[in-house]
Design a protein around this ligand. Structure first.
Ligand code: AP5
Ligand code: ZN
Length: 217
């Protein structure tokens, strides 16, 4: 299956993507995680991305699209993928469509995670991620690690993302409303959007997501 996950910052896209990718046997491709890996490896791309991410802005389309394309062309993504955080504006969605068209493939669904803003703010405030792999995500209250400050998956150190400060989160939410939300209408016109509530326990949201992908397909 080829799926796009969309939803505001802190909606639980990464949390759900890890679970859904495993259930659907497709790779989880997160442009946010790819940028963060570049930042920790101190690559040129990482240095560029960090300046945008710390301000809560989108990294320029040109580099983002090239990075996403490169990842989607890896052998493990040939049979399908779950995109998390990409596309993030209409020009990225158009670029993705073009790329898929060249390959003669199409998206199966766009899963839209709905969460009220007050909840998103609570989720982000308590989020802790792993230094070794930013897809290892915890929450101090909602999904605490077994040992405080230590990743359950790999034993890495947990920390708070640089862009999770109150001011940057406000900016990221604004960018989501102005630049990312329009892709929901773009995909609605293609009949691809399945909207679910992302409130409630993580496992329940996963079940809801799997039902939505099955039911309306
Ligand atoms: P990115 O990393 O994609 O961040 P985001 O979209 O802002 O989303 P988040 O990672 O904040 O949240 P999430 O929805 O994944 O929630 P999570 O599962 O962690 O992007 C970061 C930056 O990179 C962007 O601002 C931009 O600069 C750049 N970028 C990335 N892609 C780009 C693109 N395509 N173009 C340009 N720039 C790009 O969950 C949040 C917390 O809630 C966690 O603590 C979790 O444990 C908890 N939680 C999850 N589910 C539940 C639940 N059901 N109940 C209770 N708690 C829960
Ligand atoms: Zn880890």
């Amino acid at each position: 299956m080829r799926i796009v996950l969309v939803g505001p910052p802190g909606a639980g896209k990464g949390t759900q993507a890890v679970r859904l990718a495993e259930k659907l046997s497709v790779p989880h491709i997160s442009t946010g995680d790819l940028f963060r890996a570049n930042i920790s490896q101190q690559t040129e791309l990482g240095k560029l991305a960090k300046s945008y991410m710390d301000a809560g802005n989108l990294v320029p389309d040109e580099v983002t699209i090239a990075m996403a394309k490169d990842r989607m062309e890896q052998p493990d993504a040939v049979g399908g993928f779950l995109l998390d955080g990409f596309p993030r504006n209409v020009s990225q969605a158009e670029a993705l469509d073009q790329l898929l068209q060249t390959e003669g493939i199409t998206l199966d669904a766009v899963l839209d995670l709905e969460v009220p803003e007050a909840e998103v703010v609570k989720r982000i405030a308590g989020r802790r991620i792993c230094r070794n792999d930013s897809s290892h995500v915890f929450h101090v209250t909602y999904s605490p690690p077994k040992q405080e400050g230590v990743c359950d998956v790999c034993g890495g150190e947990l920390y708070q993302r640089d862009d999770d400060s109150e001011e940057t989160v406000r900016k990221r939410l604004e960018v989501y409303h102005t630049q990312t939300e329009p892709i929901i209408d773009y995909y609605k016109s293609q009949g691809l959007v399945r909207t679910i509530s992302a409130l409630g326990p993580v496992d329940e949201v996963t079940e809801r997501a799997l039902d939505a992908l099955k039911r309306e397909k």
